[in-house]
Design a protein around this ligand. Structure first.
Ligand code: CS2
Length: 492
């Protein structure tokens, strides 16, 4: 039997009698522009917006902008921008077709259309998932790095920008000129105080172009902080094939996720926003406690799992967490070292949250790859592990597990796992790391001292702290000499 199946589209759905969302038939207008159209957005903000459209209607569809590649457009365009969201848990799967995206624009092909679209009177909200490095911040200070080559480009050629900040500034300049309203600009990336940092970075950028624009943006736009959570591995060819086997159609834009989802948004808007709070999101006055909780418990554990797991040649998070010693290490990293740094309302059951995270990591249907999470460590570590380490030092508490996680990153950067397989290092600072490792010539102590002296990543107080330096060096030596598992077992 041939395995040819029709690609998902409005027509295919009609001929197969596959139900589409009711709102899709009316083709509501877009009110949101989203920058960074990856799997995470499709399984998170687009899904919340889909639920708003289903329950309340409104012109809240999303125009998605890909800042780099044309993949998302190629996947979505022939499908009338429809895609399947598959929720996986153990052996159970649930599928839903999402029609919240109205159009995809590939920024490098038509930068002027991106600017016009954000500047349009019908746009009220811009959301972003551009990953940590997309903000062009110095990781240690969290401020815009004006020397970043793409920022330099965008300051010199403001009408054909490359970065999200460049597009926002160009579009806001038009809104100002045309006397349009400001925008709610909502960062949905895993960065502490994401809205505050985005605001400061954009104002600094605008200041360079035109101080009057910076003033206008400050007065008219709002940058709520938000905490986003849903584990969404990159869709693999295997996922796409399985879906094709199990469904009546083929869907090359499908995304695969877990049942859990959370979105906490600072209630600080420039104008109308979709009623996301009526479909599961929470509007709060201060996101910081939730953000710290998620970054230091979920994401910090994820990074520890990714570096240790990749070095031990584990493919996925669930395989790693199935090992009792490793699970115990992650449970303790959360409970003993990360949790005490948080200040949540007393009524919040943090222990239950930690247990739930261990269960989410164990979801074997997700096949979340360690190597995927391992990328961009230079951008992730300062948001995830370093705040734990600093708090523990300031409070004179032990932090050997956090140090072990950082040492695992440094071991990972050696580029070879414990079975001898080489893998590429995917990180904007990878060239710097190569220099450091080459110069250190295999000496753990030299690796640690030089890496900790990279001020883009490590605050000076950590570099100067003899205890931290010794602890990380000891772990790196132990990992290299005994292997990760034996080194952790020896500590117990
Ligand atoms: C992960 C996150 O890839 C990573 O760095 O830690 O994408 C994580 O899956 C999400 O933040 C979960 O909400």
């Amino acid at each position: 039997m041939s395995n040819t199946k029709m690609r998902l589209s409005a027509q295919t759905a009609a001929s197969l009698k596959t139900p589409l969302p009711e709102y899709f038939k009316q083709r509501p207008q877009a009110g949101i522009v989203h920058l960074g159209l990856g799997a995470f957005h499709r399984a998170h903000q687009a899904w919340y917006t889909h639920k708003v459209l289903e329950q309340f209607g409104g012109d809240w569809r999303i125009i998605g902008v890909s800042l780099r590649s044309s993949n998302a457009r190629e996947q979505l365009q022939t499908q009338d921008n429809l895609y399947t969201l598959e929720v996986r848990d153990g052996n159970s799967t649930q599928r839903e077709i999402i029609g919240a995206i109205s159009e995809v624009i590939v920024a490098p092909e038509s930068p002027e259309r991106v600017i016009q679209t954000i500047a349009s009177a019908t746009t009220h909200v811009v959301t972003l998932t551009i990953t940590e490095k997309g903000y062009c911040l110095s990781s240690a200070s969290g401020e815009l790095d004006l020397s970043h080559p793409e920022i330099q480009n965008d300051l010199q050629q403001p009408n054909s920008p490359l970065t999200a900040l460049g597009f926002l500034a160009a579009a806001l300049a038009q809104r100002k000129m045309q006397n349009r309203s400001g925008l709610t600009i909502l960062s949905c990336d895993n960065i502490a105080a994401n809205g505050k940092k985005l605001r400061a970075a954009l104002l600094k950028f605008c200041q360079q172009l035109d101080p009057a624009l910076a003033d206008w943006v400050d007065e008219n736009c709002r940058f709520p902080c938000s905490m986003v959570d849903r584990i969404v591995p990159a869709s693999s060819e295997t996922d796409i094939h399985q879906l094709k086997r199990d469904c009546a159609y083929e869907d090359r834009a499908a995304v695969f996720t877990e049942p859990f989802s959370q979105w906490v948004i600072e209630q600080n808007f420039a104008g109308a926003v979709p009623a996301w709070d009526k479909v599961g999101a929470e509007y709060v006055s201060d996101v910081a406690p939730f953000e710290a909780m998620k970054l230091r418990l979920l994401n910090a554990s994820h990074s520890a799992i990714a570096y240790m797991g990749a070095v031990m040649a584990y493919q996925t998070v669930d395989e790693f967490i199935a090992n009792a010693t490793l699970r115990q290490f992650i449970a303790e990293l959360m409970h003993e070292e990360a949790a005490p740094t948080l200040s949540l309302p007393a009524s919040f059951d943090l222990a239950a949250y930690e247990q739930q995270l261990l269960q989410r990591f164990a979801n074997s249907a997700l096949r979340h790859r360690c190597q995927q999470i391992a990328m961009d460590g230079s951008q992730k570590i300062p948001n995830r592990l370093l705040p734990i380490l600093r708090w523990q030092l300031n409070n004179n508490k032990q932090s050997w597990r956090t140090s072990a996680a950082i040492a695992a990153w440094l071991r990972y950067l050696m580029g070879k796992d414990e079975t001898g397989n080489a893998y590429p290092i995917n990180d904007p600072m990878s060239a710097r790391f190569s220099e450091v490792y080459e110069k250190a010539a295999g000496d753990s102590s030299a690796i640690v001292t030089s890496m900790l002296s990279l001020q883009e990543i490590f605050p000076i107080e950590l570099h100067n702290n003899a205890r931290v330096v010794a602890e990380i060096t000891d772990w790196l030596n132990a990992f290299r000499q005994q292997g990760i598992l034996a080194a952790l077992e020896a500590k117990n």
